[in-house]
Ligand binder design. Structure first.
Ligand SMILES: O=P(O)(O)OC[C@H]1O[C@H](OP(=O)(O)OP(=O)(O)O)[C@H](O)[C@@H]1O
Ligand SMILES: O=c1cc[nH]c(=O)[nH]1
Ligand SMILES: [Mg+2]
Length: 209
């Protein structure tokens, strides 16, 4: 069974409080999403492997730690996942970025695929799939399946707000994928929106409603 890691860092919780407010405008919303992604990335990468490297400081020769050279990729689920990319890249600037386009049919809540462009060597990379919202889980389950179909083996999923229903569905569909969550909310409403949630993350990032 996959790990579900819920962030308890006070800075993350404070910033999530601000993105939930209905009167937080797009400019602040975007900034906060990016900052939260950066802080979550810091926590989500704590198990990356390190290796010893010999270097010389201005004083003497010594051994330091360096990331083991595993290649990483960030894959946002469009559109809302785009808001998390800058924050992730601020922490892991050499990561490649793939894009998966999915939107949720408003009536059936089923994900509809419209785009997929991944790094050529994505099957050799450790991949962080990012989307601010995990609601029914339909979109994230489908996006991760698309990656697995391309041969990707090491996958993590990062979201800022999750519903228990979505976490359960992710764990059932992809027990090998860790789920890193900023805040675990109460439930989904009859329209498939997370309660208390923050509304439609894509619309709030891009000002489309
Ligand atoms: O877990 P689910 O029930 O699948 O819902 C979550 C999905 O819904 C939102 O995307 P949306 O369909 O609104 O597309 P958008 O990012 O283009 O706004 C969100 O960003 C997730 O991708
Ligand atoms: O609450 C929700 C559910 C799905 N997608 C969103 O953007 N918000
Ligand atoms: Mg949306």
């Amino acid at each position: 069974m996959s790990k579900v890691i819920v962030m308890d860092h006070p800075l993350i919780q404070h910033k999530i409080g601000w993105i939930r407010r209905a009167d937080t405008g797009s400019k602040d919303f975007r900034t906060l999403i990016s900052e939260i992604a950066m802080l979550m990335c810091y926590e989500a990468t704590r198990d990356l492997e390190l290796t010893d490297v010999e270097i010389t400081t201005p004083i003497c020769a010594t051994t330091v730690k360096e990331l083991k050279g595993k290649k990483l990729a960030v894959v946002p689920i469009l559109r809302a996942g785009l808001g998390m990319v800058d924050g992730m890249l601020a922490m892991i600037p050499s990561a490649k970025v793939g894009h998966i386009g999915l939107y949720r049919n408003e009536e059936t809540l089923e994900p509809v695929e419209y785009y997929c462009k991944l790094p050529k060597d994505c099957d050799e990379r450790e991949v962080f799939v990012v989307d601010p919202m995990l609601a029914t889980g339909g979109s994230s389950v489908a996006a991760i399946q698309m990656l697995k179909d391309k041969g990707v083996k090491r996958i993590h999923f990062m979201c800022i707000i999750a519903a228990p229903e979505g976490v359960k569905r992710m764990q059932e569909a992809h027990p090998d994928v860790d789920v890193i969550v900023g805040a675990l909310d109460d439930h989904l409403n009859e329209h498939g929106y997370i309660v208390p949630g923050l509304g439609d993350a894509g619309d709030r990032i891009f000002g489309t409603k």
